[in-house]
Write a protein that binds this ligand. Structure first.
Ligand code: FAD
Length: 340
């Protein structure tokens, strides 16, 4: 069943009509795009359609970004603005802020979505100051109303509540979006590239060395994730989950207490203060379903929970629930999958 899930874009009916475009900032490291840019492009497409306006990508960089611009047209953009900063293939805050602000002031978009990456979060905040608007950070879902106002929802109060924020009096609405929440949907389009040459390239920064990180986040990219919680009782028992992951070709992730106790690497923590995952299948083993954990798995297509406690909140947030002991259910599951 998992393999049958298909990603297609269904164009929504417009709820309002706005004049400005919806922009998505394309985050990159010179010649390589940050995947979160494509994730939020599909959500940007939906918001643009709801507001009956165009979707544009906006990118700052030198000519190395041309293949990325080409690729953007696979993800539903009507056009791409390229603020060309000659000699600056990589992100440098003051140069990129000036370049982006220039195109914003000239073309006046309705809203700009930024990937929640380290560089883009910084760029969004310095650009918001430069163009004299506000910034809504770390959002995970969006809607619009019949007046064309965008509603951005984000976890708040340490993840205990969700807040919905509007910015009706300032344009553009600037928003950073958490990675791993949306799914990149291929929507091939054709459109124009508008190049803006940036003249003022003065900078206070001096780059001494640039090192590309090779590390990929296997958890964020996995199709099947086996989540392990305190119900596993000891670090040695995690091999049970690893066995299930191995037969299903999945990856093991953990709840925060397990990462805090050093039972599993911190980069495998799922949730608000860990990684947001979007697998096709998430199997939660001995996880209670605290809100800070749920926020990280809300994008999972199917959730199966195995927990001994019928009252565990995870059962309110799963597609299939097994009330049972993981030490009995999981070996049986491994056996069944192996025999198939
Ligand atoms: P527990 O809540 O202790 O649940 C263990 C579960 O195992 C229970 O439901 C129990 O019934 C079940 N169980 C026990 N034995 C068995 C068995 N033999 N078979 C089956 N089931 C069994 N948590 C995260 O996960 N990620 C985060 O990013 C995160 N960020 C946080 C940020 C903040 C600011 C705060 C305050 C908290 C955060 N937390 C986060 C912690 C969160 O509130 C919970 O404490 C945590 O998720 C609980 O982990 P758990 O489900 O593994 O443990």
């Amino acid at each position: 069943e998992v393999n049958e899930v298909k990603e297609t874009y269904v164009k929504p009916q417009p709820k309002a009509k706005v004049n400005g475009e919806i922009w998505v900032y394309i985050d990159h490291t010179g010649d390589e795009v940050n995947r979160v840019s494509w994730e939020i492009m599909s959500e940007g497409r939906r918001i643009a359609d709801l507001l009956d306006t165009k979707l544009a990508g906006v990118i700052v960089g030198d000519d190395e970004v041309k293949p990325i611009i080409k690729e953007a047209f696979n993800y539903g953009v009507d056009k791409v603005y390229h603020a060309r900063v000659k000699g600056f293939p990589f992100y440098i805050n003051d140069v990129y802020t000036r370049a982006l602000s220039k195109v914003i002031k000239k073309y006046k978009p309705e809203a700009i979505f930024f990937p929640g990456t380290r560089n883009s979060r910084e760029l969004a905040s310095t650009t918001a100051i430069e163009v004299d608007t506000g910034l809504i950070a770390d959002c995970v879902s969006f809607d619009v109303d019949e007046k064309g106002i965008i509603y951005s929802t984000r976890p708040d109060f340490g993840g205990k509540e969700m807040s919905t924020i509007i910015c009706p009096n300032h344009k553009p609405v600037m928003i950073t979006v958490r990675g791993g929440v949306f799914y990149p949907i291929k929507i091939p389009k054709e459109g124009e590239v508008i190049v803006e040459e940036i003249e003022d390239l003065s900078t206070k920064f001096k780059v001494l060395n640039y090192t590309k990180l090779q590390k990929r986040n296997v958890l964020a990219e996995a199709d099947i994730v086996i989540g392990v919680g305190r119900g596993i009782k000891s670090p040695e028992n995690i091999k049970l989950a690893e066995e299930l992951a191995s037969v299903l070709n999945g990856v093991v992730g953990v709840s925060k207490p397990l990462a805090d106790m050093g039972w599993y690497p911190k980069e495998r923590q799922i949730g608000q203060t860990g990684t947001t995952i979007r697998p096709k299948l998430y199997i939660a083993l001995g996880i209670s379903g605290a809100v800070q954990h749920l926020v990280g798995i809300s994008g999972a297509r199917r959730i199966i929970a195995i927990n001994i406690d019928p009252e565990a909140p995870i059962f309110q947030n799963c597609d299939y629930g097994v009330i049972g002991d993981i030490f009995e259910v999981v070996p049986g599951l491994v056996k069944i999958v192996r025999e198939r």
